[in-house]
Design a binder for this molecule. Structure first.
Ligand code: PEP
Ligand code: MG
Length: 554
Protein backbone atom coordinates (compact mmCIF):
# COMPACT_ATOMS: atom_id res chain seq x y z
CA UNK A 1 0.00 0.00 0.00
CA UNK A 2 1.28 3.48 -0.88
CA UNK A 3 -0.28 6.52 0.73
CA UNK A 4 0.11 10.06 -0.65
CA UNK A 5 -1.36 13.29 0.62
CA UNK A 6 -2.72 16.19 -1.42
CA UNK A 7 -5.37 18.84 -0.99
CA UNK A 8 -8.99 17.80 -1.44
CA UNK A 9 -10.67 20.27 -3.81
CA UNK A 10 -13.85 18.41 -4.75
CA UNK A 11 -15.43 16.07 -2.24
CA UNK A 12 -16.31 12.42 -2.63
CA UNK A 13 -14.57 9.06 -2.63
CA UNK A 14 -13.64 7.38 -5.90
CA UNK A 15 -11.96 4.08 -6.71
CA UNK A 16 -10.48 2.94 -10.03
CA UNK A 17 -7.31 2.52 -12.06
CA UNK A 18 -4.87 5.43 -12.26
CA UNK A 19 -4.36 6.82 -15.76
CA UNK A 20 -2.07 9.65 -16.84
CA UNK A 21 -3.44 12.31 -19.17
CA UNK A 22 -1.86 11.91 -22.63
CA UNK A 23 -0.63 15.21 -23.89
CA UNK A 24 0.03 15.62 -27.62
CA UNK A 25 2.25 18.18 -29.35
CA UNK A 26 5.96 18.72 -29.09
CA UNK A 27 8.64 18.14 -31.70
CA UNK A 28 7.77 16.06 -34.77
CA UNK A 29 9.95 13.01 -34.96
CA UNK A 30 11.99 12.65 -38.22
CA UNK A 31 13.86 9.60 -39.46
CA UNK A 32 14.51 7.54 -42.55
CA UNK A 33 12.31 4.49 -42.94
CA UNK A 34 13.17 1.16 -44.49
CA UNK A 35 9.77 -0.05 -45.70
CA UNK A 36 7.65 2.63 -47.46
CA UNK A 37 4.72 0.26 -48.06
CA UNK A 38 4.44 -0.57 -44.35
CA UNK A 39 4.84 3.10 -43.42
CA UNK A 40 2.04 4.10 -45.81
CA UNK A 41 -0.14 1.43 -44.20
CA UNK A 42 0.60 3.02 -40.82
CA UNK A 43 -0.42 6.44 -42.22
CA UNK A 44 -3.61 4.98 -43.73
CA UNK A 45 -4.69 3.43 -40.41
CA UNK A 46 -4.08 6.73 -38.61
CA UNK A 47 -5.94 8.69 -41.29
CA UNK A 48 -8.97 6.39 -41.10
CA UNK A 49 -8.98 6.54 -37.29
CA UNK A 50 -8.85 10.35 -37.48
CA UNK A 51 -11.91 10.28 -39.76
CA UNK A 52 -13.70 8.07 -37.22
CA UNK A 53 -12.83 10.50 -34.41
CA UNK A 54 -14.13 13.41 -36.49
CA UNK A 55 -17.40 11.57 -37.06
CA UNK A 56 -17.74 11.25 -33.27
CA UNK A 57 -16.96 14.94 -32.78
CA UNK A 58 -19.54 15.83 -35.43
CA UNK A 59 -22.24 13.92 -33.54
CA UNK A 60 -21.20 15.49 -30.21
CA UNK A 61 -21.16 19.02 -31.64
CA UNK A 62 -24.49 18.43 -33.38
CA UNK A 63 -26.12 17.52 -30.07
CA UNK A 64 -24.44 20.28 -28.08
CA UNK A 65 -24.11 23.32 -30.33
CA UNK A 66 -26.08 22.57 -33.49
CA UNK A 67 -25.60 21.83 -37.17
CA UNK A 68 -23.66 24.94 -38.15
CA UNK A 69 -20.77 24.32 -35.72
CA UNK A 70 -20.82 20.60 -36.33
CA UNK A 71 -20.25 21.12 -40.06
CA UNK A 72 -16.63 22.01 -39.38
CA UNK A 73 -15.95 18.42 -38.36
CA UNK A 74 -17.64 17.17 -41.51
CA UNK A 75 -15.44 19.46 -43.62
CA UNK A 76 -12.39 18.11 -41.80
CA UNK A 77 -13.37 14.55 -42.71
CA UNK A 78 -13.55 15.54 -46.38
CA UNK A 79 -10.12 17.16 -46.22
CA UNK A 80 -8.65 13.93 -44.90
CA UNK A 81 -10.10 12.15 -47.94
CA UNK A 82 -8.57 14.63 -50.38
CA UNK A 83 -6.53 12.75 -52.99
CA UNK A 84 -3.92 15.49 -53.49
CA UNK A 85 -3.27 15.50 -49.75
CA UNK A 86 -2.96 11.71 -49.57
CA UNK A 87 -0.72 11.59 -52.67
CA UNK A 88 1.58 14.24 -51.25
CA UNK A 89 2.07 12.20 -48.05
CA UNK A 90 2.53 9.02 -50.07
CA UNK A 91 5.16 10.66 -52.31
CA UNK A 92 7.22 11.69 -49.28
CA UNK A 93 6.88 8.28 -47.65
CA UNK A 94 8.12 6.71 -50.93
CA UNK A 95 11.18 8.96 -50.50
CA UNK A 96 11.75 7.18 -47.15
CA UNK A 97 10.41 9.99 -44.94
CA UNK A 98 8.59 8.71 -41.83
CA UNK A 99 4.81 9.23 -41.75
CA UNK A 100 4.76 11.87 -38.97
CA UNK A 101 7.23 14.07 -40.86
CA UNK A 102 5.50 13.45 -44.21
CA UNK A 103 2.13 14.56 -42.77
CA UNK A 104 3.69 17.59 -41.09
CA UNK A 105 5.50 18.71 -44.28
CA UNK A 106 2.40 18.15 -46.41
CA UNK A 107 0.37 20.21 -43.94
CA UNK A 108 2.82 23.10 -44.25
CA UNK A 109 2.79 22.99 -48.09
CA UNK A 110 -1.02 22.97 -48.20
CA UNK A 111 -1.37 25.60 -45.47
CA UNK A 112 0.95 27.93 -47.33
CA UNK A 113 -0.95 27.36 -50.55
CA UNK A 114 -4.25 28.24 -48.84
CA UNK A 115 -2.74 31.23 -47.05
CA UNK A 116 -1.57 32.69 -50.40
CA UNK A 117 -5.00 32.54 -52.03
CA UNK A 118 -6.94 35.77 -52.57
CA UNK A 119 -10.19 34.53 -51.15
CA UNK A 120 -10.47 35.08 -47.35
CA UNK A 121 -12.50 31.89 -46.95
CA UNK A 122 -9.79 29.81 -48.62
CA UNK A 123 -7.08 31.56 -46.57
CA UNK A 124 -8.83 30.43 -43.41
CA UNK A 125 -8.50 26.78 -44.56
CA UNK A 126 -4.78 26.94 -43.68
CA UNK A 127 -5.69 26.46 -40.02
CA UNK A 128 -7.96 23.52 -40.93
CA UNK A 129 -5.31 21.60 -42.83
CA UNK A 130 -2.88 22.05 -39.91
CA UNK A 131 -5.58 20.91 -37.51
CA UNK A 132 -6.43 17.68 -39.36
CA UNK A 133 -2.73 16.94 -39.82
CA UNK A 134 -2.04 17.41 -36.11
CA UNK A 135 -4.80 14.94 -35.38
CA UNK A 136 -3.18 12.34 -37.66
CA UNK A 137 0.29 13.04 -36.22
CA UNK A 138 -1.15 12.72 -32.72
CA UNK A 139 -2.51 9.26 -33.56
CA UNK A 140 0.75 8.20 -35.25
CA UNK A 141 2.84 9.27 -32.28
CA UNK A 142 0.55 7.77 -29.65
CA UNK A 143 -0.95 11.03 -28.33
CA UNK A 144 -4.66 10.67 -27.75
CA UNK A 145 -7.58 12.92 -28.71
CA UNK A 146 -9.37 14.00 -25.56
CA UNK A 147 -6.35 12.86 -23.52
CA UNK A 148 -7.79 9.49 -22.46
CA UNK A 149 -7.47 6.20 -24.28
CA UNK A 150 -8.98 3.68 -21.91
CA UNK A 151 -11.88 1.29 -22.29
CA UNK A 152 -12.82 1.65 -18.61
CA UNK A 153 -13.40 4.81 -16.54
CA UNK A 154 -10.27 6.00 -14.76
CA UNK A 155 -8.93 8.29 -12.08
CA UNK A 156 -7.17 10.85 -14.22
CA UNK A 157 -3.71 12.01 -13.19
CA UNK A 158 -1.70 14.94 -14.57
CA UNK A 159 0.62 17.72 -13.46
CA UNK A 160 -2.36 20.06 -13.94
CA UNK A 161 -4.71 20.63 -16.86
CA UNK A 162 -4.95 23.82 -18.90
CA UNK A 163 -8.44 25.22 -19.52
CA UNK A 164 -8.15 24.33 -23.23
CA UNK A 165 -7.44 20.73 -22.18
CA UNK A 166 -10.32 20.43 -19.73
CA UNK A 167 -12.84 21.49 -22.39
CA UNK A 168 -11.75 18.62 -24.65
CA UNK A 169 -11.71 15.81 -22.10
CA UNK A 170 -13.88 12.76 -22.64
CA UNK A 171 -15.77 13.27 -19.38
CA UNK A 172 -17.60 9.96 -19.51
CA UNK A 173 -14.27 8.26 -18.77
CA UNK A 174 -13.38 10.13 -15.57
CA UNK A 175 -14.14 8.93 -12.02
CA UNK A 176 -11.95 11.51 -10.31
CA UNK A 177 -8.89 13.72 -10.68
CA UNK A 178 -5.55 13.73 -8.95
CA UNK A 179 -2.91 16.28 -9.91
CA UNK A 180 0.70 16.93 -8.92
CA UNK A 181 0.23 20.69 -8.89
CA UNK A 182 -2.80 22.95 -9.14
CA UNK A 183 -4.90 24.64 -6.48
CA UNK A 184 -8.49 24.77 -5.31
CA UNK A 185 -9.11 27.45 -7.94
CA UNK A 186 -7.51 25.60 -10.83
CA UNK A 187 -9.68 24.71 -13.77
CA UNK A 188 -9.34 21.01 -13.03
CA UNK A 189 -10.86 21.66 -9.59
CA UNK A 190 -13.68 23.78 -11.03
CA UNK A 191 -14.43 21.12 -13.64
CA UNK A 192 -14.48 18.37 -11.00
CA UNK A 193 -16.97 20.30 -8.89
CA UNK A 194 -19.16 20.93 -11.94
CA UNK A 195 -19.10 17.20 -12.70
CA UNK A 196 -19.69 16.36 -9.04
CA UNK A 197 -16.69 14.02 -8.86
CA UNK A 198 -13.78 13.94 -6.38
CA UNK A 199 -10.51 15.76 -7.04
CA UNK A 200 -7.23 16.15 -5.20
CA UNK A 201 -4.48 18.56 -6.18
CA UNK A 202 -0.95 19.32 -5.01
CA UNK A 203 0.11 15.68 -4.53
CA UNK A 204 3.61 16.51 -5.79
CA UNK A 205 6.16 14.47 -7.69
CA UNK A 206 5.43 11.32 -5.68
CA UNK A 207 2.58 10.89 -8.15
CA UNK A 208 4.90 9.06 -10.54
CA UNK A 209 3.98 7.76 -14.00
CA UNK A 210 5.21 4.32 -12.89
CA UNK A 211 2.05 4.11 -10.77
CA UNK A 212 -0.17 4.07 -13.87
CA UNK A 213 -2.64 1.19 -13.94
CA UNK A 214 -2.55 0.64 -10.18
CA UNK A 215 -5.80 0.54 -8.24
CA UNK A 216 -6.24 3.80 -6.43
CA UNK A 217 -8.68 5.21 -3.90
CA UNK A 218 -9.06 8.95 -3.44
CA UNK A 219 -10.91 10.93 -0.81
CA UNK A 220 -11.66 14.41 -2.16
CA UNK A 221 -12.55 15.67 1.30
CA UNK A 222 -9.35 14.80 3.14
CA UNK A 223 -6.94 14.77 0.17
CA UNK A 224 -5.96 11.16 0.86
CA UNK A 225 -4.61 9.13 -2.10
CA UNK A 226 -4.07 5.40 -1.57
CA UNK A 227 -2.59 2.84 -3.97
CA UNK A 228 -3.22 -0.88 -3.52
CA UNK A 229 -5.10 -0.21 -0.29
CA UNK A 230 -5.04 -2.82 2.50
CA UNK A 231 -8.35 -4.25 3.59
CA UNK A 232 -8.90 -1.91 6.53
CA UNK A 233 -8.26 1.24 4.47
CA UNK A 234 -10.35 0.02 1.55
CA UNK A 235 -13.21 -0.86 3.89
CA UNK A 236 -13.10 2.54 5.57
CA UNK A 237 -13.14 4.47 2.29
CA UNK A 238 -15.76 2.33 0.59
CA UNK A 239 -18.02 2.76 3.67
CA UNK A 240 -17.50 6.52 3.42
CA UNK A 241 -18.42 6.39 -0.27
CA UNK A 242 -21.64 4.51 0.56
CA UNK A 243 -22.46 7.11 3.23
CA UNK A 244 -21.93 9.93 0.74
CA UNK A 245 -24.21 8.21 -1.75
CA UNK A 246 -26.91 7.83 0.91
CA UNK A 247 -26.58 11.52 1.78
CA UNK A 248 -26.92 12.40 -1.90
CA UNK A 249 -30.12 10.40 -2.04
CA UNK A 250 -31.42 12.22 1.00
CA UNK A 251 -30.66 15.54 -0.65
CA UNK A 252 -32.64 14.40 -3.69
CA UNK A 253 -35.74 15.00 -1.58
CA UNK A 254 -34.96 18.70 -1.64
CA UNK A 255 -35.56 18.90 -5.37
CA UNK A 256 -38.45 21.20 -6.12
CA UNK A 257 -38.20 22.84 -2.67
CA UNK A 258 -37.57 26.59 -2.33
CA UNK A 259 -34.25 28.05 -1.13
CA UNK A 260 -35.81 29.71 1.88
CA UNK A 261 -34.56 30.19 5.44
CA UNK A 262 -36.58 29.18 8.51
CA UNK A 263 -37.66 32.82 8.89
CA UNK A 264 -38.88 33.02 5.31
CA UNK A 265 -36.02 34.82 3.53
CA UNK A 266 -35.38 33.43 0.06
CA UNK A 267 -32.25 33.52 -2.00
CA UNK A 268 -31.69 32.52 -5.62
CA UNK A 269 -29.43 29.49 -6.13
CA UNK A 270 -28.09 29.35 -9.68
CA UNK A 271 -25.34 27.34 -11.37
CA UNK A 272 -21.96 27.95 -12.95
CA UNK A 273 -21.38 26.15 -16.23
CA UNK A 274 -18.52 25.93 -18.69
CA UNK A 275 -20.22 24.45 -21.75
CA UNK A 276 -23.73 23.69 -23.08
CA UNK A 277 -23.37 20.05 -22.05
CA UNK A 278 -23.30 21.14 -18.37
CA UNK A 279 -26.95 22.26 -18.64
CA UNK A 280 -27.98 18.67 -18.06
CA UNK A 281 -26.30 18.72 -14.61
CA UNK A 282 -28.04 22.04 -13.83
CA UNK A 283 -31.45 20.56 -14.59
CA UNK A 284 -30.67 17.32 -12.77
CA UNK A 285 -29.67 19.24 -9.63
CA UNK A 286 -32.63 21.64 -9.83
CA UNK A 287 -30.59 24.83 -10.36
CA UNK A 288 -32.82 27.92 -10.47
CA UNK A 289 -30.95 29.42 -13.42
CA UNK A 290 -27.45 29.91 -14.70
CA UNK A 291 -25.52 32.56 -12.81
CA UNK A 292 -22.30 32.22 -14.78
CA UNK A 293 -21.84 30.66 -18.19
CA UNK A 294 -18.11 30.92 -18.88
CA UNK A 295 -18.28 31.49 -22.63
CA UNK A 296 -14.52 30.89 -22.97
CA UNK A 297 -15.13 27.26 -23.86
CA UNK A 298 -16.17 28.35 -27.36
CA UNK A 299 -12.87 30.12 -27.81
CA UNK A 300 -10.68 27.51 -26.13
CA UNK A 301 -11.94 24.50 -28.06
CA UNK A 302 -11.61 26.21 -31.44
CA UNK A 303 -8.54 26.81 -33.59
CA UNK A 304 -9.91 30.11 -34.81
CA UNK A 305 -12.36 32.76 -33.61
CA UNK A 306 -15.79 31.14 -33.26
CA UNK A 307 -18.19 32.66 -35.77
CA UNK A 308 -21.31 34.62 -34.84
CA UNK A 309 -23.42 31.68 -36.01
CA UNK A 310 -21.51 29.12 -33.92
CA UNK A 311 -21.88 31.29 -30.85
CA UNK A 312 -25.53 32.09 -31.51
CA UNK A 313 -26.37 28.38 -31.69
CA UNK A 314 -24.52 27.57 -28.46
CA UNK A 315 -26.22 30.40 -26.52
CA UNK A 316 -29.62 29.65 -28.05
CA UNK A 317 -29.31 25.96 -27.12
CA UNK A 318 -28.58 26.84 -23.48
CA UNK A 319 -31.33 29.48 -23.30
CA UNK A 320 -33.91 27.12 -24.77
CA UNK A 321 -32.93 24.17 -22.59
CA UNK A 322 -33.23 26.36 -19.48
CA UNK A 323 -36.82 27.09 -20.53
CA UNK A 324 -37.25 30.71 -19.53
CA UNK A 325 -35.03 30.60 -16.42
CA UNK A 326 -32.37 33.31 -16.24
CA UNK A 327 -29.14 32.47 -18.09
CA UNK A 328 -26.28 34.87 -17.38
CA UNK A 329 -23.66 34.58 -20.08
CA UNK A 330 -20.31 36.14 -19.38
CA UNK A 331 -18.48 37.65 -22.34
CA UNK A 332 -15.12 36.13 -23.11
CA UNK A 333 -12.59 36.00 -20.32
CA UNK A 334 -9.52 35.00 -22.34
CA UNK A 335 -6.02 35.96 -21.25
CA UNK A 336 -4.20 35.28 -17.96
CA UNK A 337 -4.35 31.49 -17.49
CA UNK A 338 -6.85 30.94 -20.34
CA UNK A 339 -4.90 31.17 -23.58
CA UNK A 340 -6.04 30.55 -27.16
CA UNK A 341 -3.12 30.71 -29.61
CA UNK A 342 -5.01 32.39 -32.45
CA UNK A 343 -5.57 35.50 -30.30
CA UNK A 344 -1.81 35.96 -30.72
CA UNK A 345 -1.52 37.75 -27.40
CA UNK A 346 1.94 39.00 -26.54
CA UNK A 347 3.78 37.15 -23.82
CA UNK A 348 3.21 39.01 -20.55
CA UNK A 349 5.28 38.88 -17.39
CA UNK A 350 2.16 39.41 -15.34
CA UNK A 351 -0.75 38.01 -17.38
CA UNK A 352 -3.32 38.19 -14.56
CA UNK A 353 -2.86 41.95 -14.70
CA UNK A 354 -2.45 42.13 -18.45
CA UNK A 355 -4.59 42.22 -21.55
CA UNK A 356 -7.38 39.90 -20.46
CA UNK A 357 -11.17 39.66 -20.48
CA UNK A 358 -12.96 42.97 -21.07
CA UNK A 359 -9.64 44.64 -21.89
CA UNK A 360 -9.32 42.41 -24.96
CA UNK A 361 -12.92 43.15 -25.93
CA UNK A 362 -12.45 46.90 -25.71
CA UNK A 363 -9.14 46.66 -27.60
CA UNK A 364 -10.54 44.41 -30.33
CA UNK A 365 -14.12 45.63 -30.80
CA UNK A 366 -14.72 43.33 -33.80
CA UNK A 367 -14.29 40.24 -31.57
CA UNK A 368 -16.57 41.81 -28.93
CA UNK A 369 -19.25 42.83 -31.43
CA UNK A 370 -19.41 39.32 -32.91
CA UNK A 371 -20.08 37.88 -29.46
CA UNK A 372 -22.63 40.57 -28.59
CA UNK A 373 -24.51 40.06 -31.86
CA UNK A 374 -24.71 36.33 -31.10
CA UNK A 375 -25.90 37.02 -27.53
CA UNK A 376 -28.61 39.49 -28.54
CA UNK A 377 -29.81 37.19 -31.30
CA UNK A 378 -30.03 34.30 -28.80
CA UNK A 379 -31.97 36.52 -26.38
CA UNK A 380 -35.08 35.92 -28.49
CA UNK A 381 -35.07 32.28 -27.34
CA UNK A 382 -34.94 32.53 -23.54
CA UNK A 383 -34.08 34.80 -20.63
CA UNK A 384 -30.51 35.76 -21.42
CA UNK A 385 -28.57 38.31 -19.37
CA UNK A 386 -25.07 39.50 -20.32
CA UNK A 387 -22.25 39.92 -17.83
CA UNK A 388 -18.86 41.59 -18.28
CA UNK A 389 -15.69 40.42 -16.48
CA UNK A 390 -12.72 42.29 -14.97
CA UNK A 391 -14.30 45.72 -14.74
CA UNK A 392 -12.22 48.36 -13.01
CA UNK A 393 -13.64 51.69 -14.25
CA UNK A 394 -16.93 53.46 -14.86
CA UNK A 395 -15.83 54.50 -18.37
CA UNK A 396 -15.43 50.83 -19.35
CA UNK A 397 -19.05 50.14 -18.47
CA UNK A 398 -20.22 53.26 -20.30
CA UNK A 399 -18.27 52.26 -23.40
CA UNK A 400 -19.64 48.69 -23.19
CA UNK A 401 -23.19 50.05 -22.97
CA UNK A 402 -22.61 52.25 -26.03
CA UNK A 403 -21.35 49.23 -28.01
CA UNK A 404 -24.33 47.14 -26.81
CA UNK A 405 -26.80 49.84 -27.85
CA UNK A 406 -25.10 50.06 -31.21
CA UNK A 407 -25.26 46.30 -31.75
CA UNK A 408 -28.96 46.32 -30.83
CA UNK A 409 -29.66 49.09 -33.33
CA UNK A 410 -27.81 47.20 -36.03
CA UNK A 411 -29.81 44.02 -35.40
CA UNK A 412 -33.07 45.97 -35.30
CA UNK A 413 -32.21 47.51 -38.70
CA UNK A 414 -31.58 44.00 -40.03
CA UNK A 415 -34.98 42.91 -38.74
CA UNK A 416 -33.48 40.26 -36.43
CA UNK A 417 -35.65 39.37 -33.41
CA UNK A 418 -34.34 40.01 -29.88
CA UNK A 419 -35.74 40.14 -26.34
CA UNK A 420 -37.21 43.57 -25.54
CA UNK A 421 -34.92 43.96 -22.58
CA UNK A 422 -31.66 42.16 -21.86
CA UNK A 423 -30.21 42.68 -18.37
CA UNK A 424 -26.59 43.83 -18.33
CA UNK A 425 -24.43 43.09 -15.30
CA UNK A 426 -20.82 43.25 -14.28
CA UNK A 427 -18.53 41.03 -12.32
CA UNK A 428 -17.18 42.54 -9.16
CA UNK A 429 -13.78 40.92 -9.11
CA UNK A 430 -11.32 43.75 -8.74
CA UNK A 431 -10.86 45.95 -5.67
CA UNK A 432 -11.42 48.98 -7.93
CA UNK A 433 -14.90 47.77 -8.85
CA UNK A 434 -15.76 47.39 -5.16
CA UNK A 435 -14.52 50.87 -4.31
CA UNK A 436 -16.55 52.30 -7.21
CA UNK A 437 -19.56 50.07 -6.67
CA UNK A 438 -21.80 53.01 -5.74
CA UNK A 439 -21.22 54.55 -9.16
CA UNK A 440 -21.13 51.27 -11.09
CA UNK A 441 -24.45 50.17 -9.55
CA UNK A 442 -26.16 53.08 -11.27
CA UNK A 443 -24.97 51.82 -14.67
CA UNK A 444 -26.08 48.16 -14.62
CA UNK A 445 -28.87 45.75 -13.69
CA UNK A 446 -26.90 43.46 -11.39
CA UNK A 447 -23.56 42.66 -9.79
CA UNK A 448 -22.00 39.23 -9.49
CA UNK A 449 -18.96 38.90 -7.27
CA UNK A 450 -16.11 36.79 -8.68
CA UNK A 451 -14.47 35.87 -5.39
CA UNK A 452 -11.72 33.83 -7.10
CA UNK A 453 -10.23 36.90 -8.74
CA UNK A 454 -11.39 39.33 -6.06
CA UNK A 455 -9.44 37.34 -3.47
CA UNK A 456 -6.42 37.14 -5.78
CA UNK A 457 -6.34 40.87 -6.45
CA UNK A 458 -7.28 41.99 -2.95
CA UNK A 459 -4.76 39.81 -1.13
CA UNK A 460 -2.13 39.98 -3.91
CA UNK A 461 -2.00 36.16 -4.00
CA UNK A 462 -1.81 34.27 -7.29
CA UNK A 463 -4.94 32.09 -7.49
CA UNK A 464 -2.97 29.39 -9.33
CA UNK A 465 -0.05 29.54 -6.90
CA UNK A 466 0.87 26.17 -5.47
CA UNK A 467 2.40 27.03 -2.14
CA UNK A 468 0.13 29.90 -1.37
CA UNK A 469 -2.93 28.12 -0.02
CA UNK A 470 -2.31 29.50 3.45
CA UNK A 471 -2.42 33.02 2.09
CA UNK A 472 -5.27 32.60 -0.40
CA UNK A 473 -7.91 33.11 2.25
CA UNK A 474 -11.30 33.86 0.74
CA UNK A 475 -12.64 34.25 4.31
CA UNK A 476 -10.20 37.12 4.84
CA UNK A 477 -11.87 40.09 6.56
CA UNK A 478 -10.83 42.33 3.65
CA UNK A 479 -12.78 40.14 1.22
CA UNK A 480 -15.85 40.00 3.49
CA UNK A 481 -15.83 43.77 3.97
CA UNK A 482 -15.66 44.20 0.21
CA UNK A 483 -18.68 41.94 -0.22
CA UNK A 484 -20.59 44.00 2.31
CA UNK A 485 -19.64 47.28 0.65
CA UNK A 486 -20.63 46.07 -2.84
CA UNK A 487 -23.92 44.65 -1.49
CA UNK A 488 -24.84 47.88 0.30
CA UNK A 489 -24.10 49.92 -2.82
CA UNK A 490 -26.03 47.53 -5.04
CA UNK A 491 -29.10 47.71 -2.81
CA UNK A 492 -28.90 51.49 -2.45
CA UNK A 493 -29.15 51.68 -6.25
CA UNK A 494 -31.99 49.13 -6.34
CA UNK A 495 -30.12 46.34 -8.11
CA UNK A 496 -29.41 42.75 -7.01
CA UNK A 497 -26.08 41.18 -6.17
CA UNK A 498 -24.87 37.60 -6.37
CA UNK A 499 -21.68 35.62 -5.89
CA UNK A 500 -20.42 33.40 -8.69
CA UNK A 501 -16.91 32.70 -7.38
CA UNK A 502 -16.17 29.38 -5.68
CA UNK A 503 -16.80 30.94 -2.27
CA UNK A 504 -20.55 31.01 -2.99
CA UNK A 505 -20.73 27.25 -2.31
CA UNK A 506 -18.88 27.46 1.00
CA UNK A 507 -21.65 26.56 3.43
CA UNK A 508 -19.56 27.80 6.37
CA UNK A 509 -20.35 31.30 5.04
CA UNK A 510 -23.97 30.92 3.92
CA UNK A 511 -25.26 32.59 7.07
CA UNK A 512 -22.79 35.46 6.54
CA UNK A 513 -23.94 35.92 2.93
CA UNK A 514 -27.55 36.06 4.11
CA UNK A 515 -26.61 38.63 6.77
CA UNK A 516 -24.82 40.76 4.16
CA UNK A 517 -27.93 40.59 1.96
CA UNK A 518 -26.55 38.62 -0.98
CA UNK A 519 -29.49 37.89 -3.30
CA UNK A 520 -28.07 35.08 -5.40
CA UNK A 521 -25.45 32.35 -5.10
CA UNK A 522 -24.17 30.69 -8.26
CA UNK A 523 -22.42 27.42 -7.59
CA UNK A 524 -21.40 24.25 -9.37
CA UNK A 525 -24.47 22.07 -10.09
CA UNK A 526 -23.44 19.44 -7.54
CA UNK A 527 -23.47 22.10 -4.80
CA UNK A 528 -27.09 23.22 -5.33
CA UNK A 529 -28.79 20.70 -3.06
CA UNK A 530 -26.22 20.79 -0.21
CA UNK A 531 -26.50 24.59 -0.29
CA UNK A 532 -30.30 24.41 -0.31
CA UNK A 533 -30.17 22.13 2.70
CA UNK A 534 -28.00 24.66 4.58
CA UNK A 535 -30.17 27.65 3.62
CA UNK A 536 -33.27 25.83 4.84
CA UNK A 537 -31.65 25.23 8.25
CA UNK A 538 -30.73 28.87 8.90
CA UNK A 539 -32.65 31.57 10.75
CA UNK A 540 -31.29 34.61 8.91
CA UNK A 541 -32.13 37.04 11.73
CA UNK A 542 -30.71 35.07 14.65
CA UNK A 543 -27.07 36.11 14.33
CA UNK A 544 -27.34 38.86 11.75
CA UNK A 545 -26.25 41.79 13.94
CA UNK A 546 -23.43 39.81 15.48
CA UNK A 547 -22.11 38.76 12.05
CA UNK A 548 -22.27 42.31 10.67
CA UNK A 549 -20.51 43.66 13.74
CA UNK A 550 -17.76 41.10 13.31
CA UNK A 551 -17.26 42.00 9.62
CA UNK A 552 -17.00 45.68 10.56
CA UNK A 553 -14.54 45.14 13.38
CA UNK A 554 -12.31 42.27 12.18
C1 PEP B 1 -14.09 34.57 -10.32
O1 PEP B 1 -13.06 35.20 -10.60
O2 PEP B 1 -14.47 34.39 -9.15
C2 PEP B 1 -14.92 33.97 -11.38
C3 PEP B 1 -16.09 33.46 -11.12
O3 PEP B 1 -14.42 33.94 -12.65
P1 PEP B 1 -13.26 32.95 -13.17
O4 PEP B 1 -13.04 31.92 -12.10
O5 PEP B 1 -13.75 32.37 -14.45
O6 PEP B 1 -12.11 33.89 -13.34
MG1 MG C 1 -12.72 35.85 -12.63
Amino acid sequence: MIRLQGKGVSTGVAAGPLYFYRRGGGEIERHEIADPAAEFERFESARLLAIEQLKGLYEKALAEVGEESAQLFEAHQLMLDDLDYIESVQGMINDKVNAEAAVSDTAEIFAEMFANMDDAYMQARAADVRDISNRVIGILSGAVAGGIDSAVPVILASDDLAPSETVQLDKSKILGFVTRGGSGNSHTAILARTMGIPAICGVGDALAESLEGKDILIDGQTGEVVFDADEITRDRLIKKQAKERALKELLEQLKGQPNVTTDGKSIMVYCNIGSPEDVEAVLRNDGGGIGLFRSEFLYLQNDDYPTEEQQFLAYKTVAERMGGKRVIIRTLDIGADKQADYFKLDHEENPAMGLRAIRICLTRPEVFRTQLRALYRASAYGKIAIMFPMITSVWEVQEIKRICANVREELTREGIPMADYVELGIMIETPASVMLSDRLAKEVDFFSVGTNDLTQYTLAVDRQGQNLDRFFDAHHPAVLRMLKMAADNAHAAGIWIGICGELGADVALTETFLAIGIDELSVSPSSVLPLRSTIRSIDSTAKRDEILKEIASN
